[in-house]
Structure formats: C-alpha cells, structure tokens
Design a protein around this ligand. Structure first.
Ligand code: GLA
Length: 736
C-alpha cells in the first residue's frame, strides 16, 4: 500500500497521512485542536515521516500564531490542503458558499479518513482509472460544524506512474439549503523556490503555445469562461525551478480532467509562499445544495518530477495512455483517413465523394470522412444545425448507400456531427426556440450564425442523443468527428429556476459527457474524434471519451510544429489529430513540400485533408510511400517515449523531436529545417532517450554509433537544401 497513516506525531500534528509514488512523496498533517488539514510536503520521495517541524505554526513574535488572538494571521500563512473563504485566509481559496442568511465564511475540520486499494469513479464525470494493482486512494472527510457542510477530499496514488490525482465532493449535511459559489479541485501550498510558471495559450489556428514567466508577487492565472476549455488558455499549469530544461529541474504540474470553464492560478504571498490552485471557474458558478445533496468536482492530475520538462511529458503520456484513454482504439493503430473538409467544403455529393474514395483507396487510404454539410438544408455554415436528417439532394440513397459503396472499396466511412448546436434557420429552432441557451427578452449573440443547445434540459439531451443514434444506427458508420464550433455566451436556460441559473455552465458540460458516454457505449466500435473549431476543446476530459482530438484547423506544417510541440508537452502523440493538407495552405497561404507535410502529420494520428483527385501528380505519387511509413512507424509513435530535442519556437530555425521505444531498441527522430541559414552546413543534434551502452545503426548509413556518442557528442546532420525541408532519422539497435 502506498498510503500510510501515523497518529500523534507531535504535539501539533495529530495525524499524518503520507502518500508515496516510486519517486515522490506527498504528506498531509492534521494539525492543532481544530484539526486543520494542512499540507506538509510534496517532492522527492522521503523514507521518513517525521516532518512536524516543517510546519510554520510556532508562536514567536511576528510569525503567525494559531491561538485565537492571531487566528487570521495563522490562517493567512498556514499551508492548507483545501483553503476556505471568509475566515482569514486571504489568499486564493478553494471553496466558498452562501448560506440561507447570505453568509460566506467556512472552515473545515478533519473528521475521518478511509484508505483503500483502487480508485472510485466520479459520478457523471470523466476521470482516470486504475485497478487495485495500479493505485490506492484515501478519502479525507472534513466538516464545517457551523453549516454542516461536509467536504470529502479524494487522493489517488498511482505509485508506479509518479502521479497523484485529486478531486473533491461537497455534501450538505446541514438543515438548510445553501449555494456553493466556488469549488476548486486541488491546491498546493509551498515556499517559493524561484519558480517559473509554465502555461499554454493560443487562439483559433494557433492553439497551445508554450509560455513561461517568473512567479512574482501577486497572482498569475489562466482561465476559461467560454463554456469549453478553449483555444485561448489551457487547463494546465506547471511551476518549475529556474533553469529547468528538458532533462533536469523540478517541475510540479496540475492538469484538469474537465472540458468547461476553469481557472488555474499561482500566487506568491507576503511571506514568499506560493499557492497553486485549479478548478471550475467560479465566475457565474452557483450550485444549489438542498440538505442531503452532493456536488462532485472534477479531477486534477498532479505530478512532481526532478527530471525536467521531458520527465513531466513522459509521465503524463504514460498516464493518459494507460489510465484515461479507453475503448476499442485505446492501443490500436487508427485507420488512415481522408477528410473532405478542405477538399470540397460544402460542395459535394455522393458521386464526388465516391470519386475521391476510389482514388484514395488505390493509394492506401483506409477511411473516408464526410465532414460538414451532409444533413438538412446545410449548403453553407449559416443554417440547419439541429436538423440531423440526410440531405438526399446531395446524397441520393442516403448514408446507407454511401457507406455500402465506400465499404465495397475496402474503406470505412466516418461522418461529422455538431450535436451541441442549433441554427436559427433550422426546423429544430422553428419548433423549439426555447431549446437554445439565451437570456429571455435579450437578442442572443450569434457566432458562426448559431446558438448553443441547452443541454441542462433532459428533453433537449434526449432529443440530441436520439438524433445522433438514429443516424449511426442507419448505416455502417465507423468514425465520428464531434465538433463544437462556438463558445457559450448569453447564459440563460428556459428550464432552470433563477436560484439555479448559476448551474448552467457545468450542467452543460455534464450533458456533453453524458451524450458522448452513451454514444460510445451504444456504438463501442466507433472511433470518436473530438474537435472544436480545431483544437478548442482538447483536454483530458474529452480524451476520456475519444482517443484522439483534432489539434487545430491550422494544417500548415510549419505552424503545426509549435501547436504540436505545445500539445505533445502534455498529451500523447496518439491523441493528436494531424493531417496532410493541400497547398497553398488554406489558413496561411504558405507553400511547403508535400514530404514535410507528411513528416509532420506522421507524429499525430495521420490522415489527409485534400482532394486526392486534384493534387499534383508528384504529390499523389508520394502518398503510398507516406502510407507505408505510417504503417512502419505508427506503433513506435503511439507507444514510445517522446523526447524534445530542439524547438523551432525557441531557436527560430529548426525543430527536432523523437520517439524511442520502451526497450530502447528503436527510435525515430523528426527534423524540420524551417529556415536554411548561410554558412551553416550542418546541425548537431543531441539525441535523447537511447541506451548509452548500446550500439545503433542509422537507417541509410553504414557506420554504427554508440548510444552515448549519439546523445553526448551528438549527430551531425547535413543541412537540407532550402526552407521548410524535413528528414526522418530512423535508428535501430545493431544486431550483432
Ligand atoms: C470546424 C472544424 C473543421 C470543420 C468545420 C466544418 O471548423 O474544426 O475541421 O469540420 O468545422 O464546419
């Protein structure tokens, strides 16, 4: 068992709970007669548990004291496991409520704990999982004796993965209804050690760019109040000691398994102590709890490593591949697909699609995905969302005929949906205008000429599910691209009463989870790919339902280097939707070689987003070669360890990353020379992840090299001729 409890450790520490992973320890202390749940330690694994002296609770002048006279000073500096609002801890808190009398103050006392093997599911929410061999959990039950509010802090230790997950459940054990106005899922208090904070920011077509800034006094936060995790900020935050690089340095990371509004913040206080928190954004969040009712807050995945950013990356990749992603395609190679969006936009019909499929199947492509425009009156993006019946004008014989024809070519068929939306110009809206999220009497803000459906309503949710299921039952559809093309605004539900209107954002997300959960249960063979105007809802919550997510609408190979670097920082390559598209690129107008586009897309799920009947013959001829590269390398790419070698966003000239198999017998490094430079005839690449004591052969070269030479002395790669060029370097262990 990786969780141990010790009673009466010192005069102040009544109980100590120590969680150990292979390389880290996390320690909680139950402190003082008031039984505060204090945070004692998170870092390198400790063998000992005598830590009482690390808590700042001594009664010396000018230091916060725990006696009642100086209670607020104590609360304002004591490292809390789950800080509450309103009684004297003025730092960013984790929970606040509003009682019947309009009061907000809350304080939590330890009541009991329960330690067990395994991990419980979180009701209605995506969450990581693990059986009894993989993890053990502790539930710490705390209570505010004045309101009767109970809070259960759940920690699960994945000892072999160096990950601890956390979540929080709030139960109203009092006699009156109350509102929870904020409920975060995790908090980490510690001294500042010259930390930097790392986060991911972006916009449409420029998702997940890596940023790092020093942690200074005050607060730094990233957030979404857009109803989805968003293109703009990402539900991830890490702090690292200054000088941390890919291989060395301490990193603490938090990642939210949630797809809606979130906030993550790090605050450096007056005593140079930092607090890092993460949870559902409190803006427009107000959840009513009648006596006996409970609220389950989503999960945060937390880790600590001394092995730099690369160490963090590999911990998260392994964790998500083994403990979050599910379903038929969890460990499987995905079919190489061709999506018709950039190929045809709305201008397609059955004949055109079959023409493309015929050519595609000859080239080795395995699935045709019919994107937006196959339903209702959807001739452009101004109408028909909600009308999920096949447009027989475009598709005579319907989906069944199309699927059968595509199947006859030996290919699978996939389709696009945007189930959460409703166009004002749709039969659905004409029949049910009150099904859209809106503030009564106020004209709603349109985005892409559409509104969002009120998924907090059971009738709407059932209707949406049936519309999708009916389509999927009607033909052999083996893949769904689930899109979500606008963010929420004008929050109002015709169904929720005024004192529950603040539940809409979260109920909406729960509705999305329920729909995707039901769909993947009824159609377990489906490959689901989430999408949101590109990568606007790429988060661990969605990964629980779909093993892959469309990374970005920006398919330009050079822009993708940064997007995929930021995405791969925390997500396995097997999750990154990446396609080769046509040139000039539809977002940027940039022209890059077909070969480079292929190399860059290979490190994701791989597929095509172009009309194979129209591209230049020399590009088309390259497709079978790319297809065979996909089959040759995909197991390695999907399952291997990822290493970042050089970053174009840092050096502005070239990019290099690699994947090494778990046995260190094989590696594939991708090099992209973005801009050539005069007088620079070669780049020295310091490969990582190889075994220093083994000998390796580089495919296409005679000479063999030892792992330690390739990693420490480097490998000299001759510069490629021109800009936007790329090369794959395949390394295999030399057989004696
Ligand atoms: C979004 C997606 C695109 C495409 C269009 C269709 O923008 O990101 O890939 O599916 O919608 O309208």
């Amino acid at each position: 068992m990786s969780i141990s409890c010790y009673e009466n450790v010192s005069e102040d520490v009544k109980k100590l709970i120590k969680m150990d992973t292979q390389n880290t320890s996390y320690v909680i202390g139950i402190v003082d007669d008031d039984m505060f749940v204090g945070h004692m330690y998170y870092g390198v694994r400790l063998n000992d548990y005598h830590l009482a002296h690390v808590l700042r609770i001594q009664e010396i002048p000018f230091l916060p004291s725990k006696n009642n006279r100086e209670r607020t000073s104590f609360l304002d500096s004591f490292p809390m496991e789950y800080p509450t609002y309103g009684l004297g801890d003025y730092r960013e808190d984790c929970i606040s409520i509003e009682t019947k009398g309009g009061h907000r103050g809350l304080s939590l006392q330890y009541v009991s704990d329960k330690v067990y093997e395994g991990k419980p599911a979180l009701e209605g929410l995506p969450a990581s999982f693990g059986d009894e061999d993989a993890c053990s959990s502790v539930e710490i039950c705390c209570e505010d004796p004045y309101t009767g509010l109970q809070v259960e802090l759940l920690y699960t230790v994945f000892d072999k993965r160096d990950v601890i997950t956390r979540s929080v459940k709030v139960i109203n054990k009092g006699e009156d209804a109350l509102h929870v106005t904020k409920v975060f899922s995790a908090c980490l208090d510690m001294d500042n050690r010259d930390f930097e904070v790392v986060s991911l920011h972006g916009s449409w077509a420029r998702e997940r760019q890596i940023q790092s800034v020093p942690v200074s006094h005050g607060k730094f936060s990233v957030e979404s109040v857009r109803g989805e995790s968003s293109h703009q900020d990402h539900p991830f935050m890490a702090i690292r000691t200054r000088g941390t690089n890919q291989e060395h340095g301490e990193v603490y990371a938090m990642h939210f398994v949630y797809s809606g509004n979130f906030k993550a913040a790090v605050q450096n206080d007056q005593f140079d102590q930092i607090r890092m928190v993460m949870g559902i954004h409190p803006e427009n969040f107000k959840w009513k709890l009648e006596p006996g009712q409970a609220f389950q807050a989503p999960e945060v995945v937390m880790l600590y490593t001394q092995d730099g950013m690369g160490g963090m990356t590999r911990i998260l990749h392994d964790f998500y591949r083994n403990h979050l992603i599910r379903g038929e395609y969890k460990d499987k190679k995905r079919p190489i697909l061709l999506n018709n969006w950039e190929a045809t936009y709305f201008d397609f019909n059955t004949d055109k699609l079959i023409g493309i499929a015929k050519q595609a199947s000859r080239l080795g492509i395995e699935m045709l995905v019919m994107d937006d425009g196959w339903f209702g009156n959807r001739f452009d993006d101004n109408r028909a969302l909600g009308d999920w019946t096949v447009n027989e004008e475009k598709l005579p014989g319907g989906l069944k005929y199309l699927a059968d024809e595509v199947n006859k070519l030996g290919m699978k068929l996939g389709i696009w949906f945007e189930p959460e939306m409703i166009s004002p110009d749709s039969d659905l809206y004409r029949a049910h205008p009150d099904w859209a999220i809106a503030i009564p009497g106020r004209p709603g803000s349109l985005c892409r000429n559409q509104y969002v459906l009120d998924l907090s309503r059971r009738d709407v949710l059932e209707h949406v599910y049936e519309s999708i299921a009916k389509v999927l039952r009607s033909a052999n559809i083996e893949y769904v691209k689930w899109d979500m093309n606008r963010q929420l605004s004008d929050l109002g539900s015709a169904f929720l009463p005024a004192d529950q209107m603040g539940e809409l954002y979260h109920r909406y997300v729960l509705g999305v989870y329920e729909l995707q959960g039901r769909m993947t249960e009824e159609f377990p063979y489906l490959l689901l790919e989430n999408c949101s105007g590109g990568g606007g809802r790429f988060d661990p919550g969605m990964l629980y339902y779909s093993p892959q997510i469309w990374c970005s609408d920006d398919t330009d190979a050079i822009e993708r280097l940064k997007i995929q670097e930021g995405t791969a920082l925390i997500y396995p390559l097997s999750t990154m939707g990446a396609h080769v598209s046509d040139c000039p690129n539809h977002v940027l107008g940039r022209v890059t070689p077909f070969e480079t586009r292929g190399h860059v897309a290979l490190s994701g799920t791989f597929g095509y987003e172009l009309d194979v009947t129209k591209i230049p013959e020399e590009d088309r001829r390259m497709i079978p070669e790319q297809v065979s590269m996909y089959h040759k390398y995909n197991d390695l790419i999907r399952q291997g360890d990822y290493y970042r070698i050089a970053s174009y966003s840092e050096n502005h000239f070239y990019d290099c990353y690699g994947v090494v198999d778990k046995d260190k017998k094989e590696a594939l490094y991708t090099f992209v020379q973005v801009l050539n430079r005069p007088n620079r005839h070669s780049e020295r690449l310091y490969f990582r992840g190889l075994d220093p004591d083994r000998w390796y052969r580089i495919e296409g070269e005679e000479e063999t090299f030892s792992g330690d030479v390739l990693m420490n002395a480097g490998y000299l790669l001759q510069s490629l001729e021109g800009d936007f060029k790329s090369k794959l370097i395949h390394i295999v262990e030399r057989s004696e």
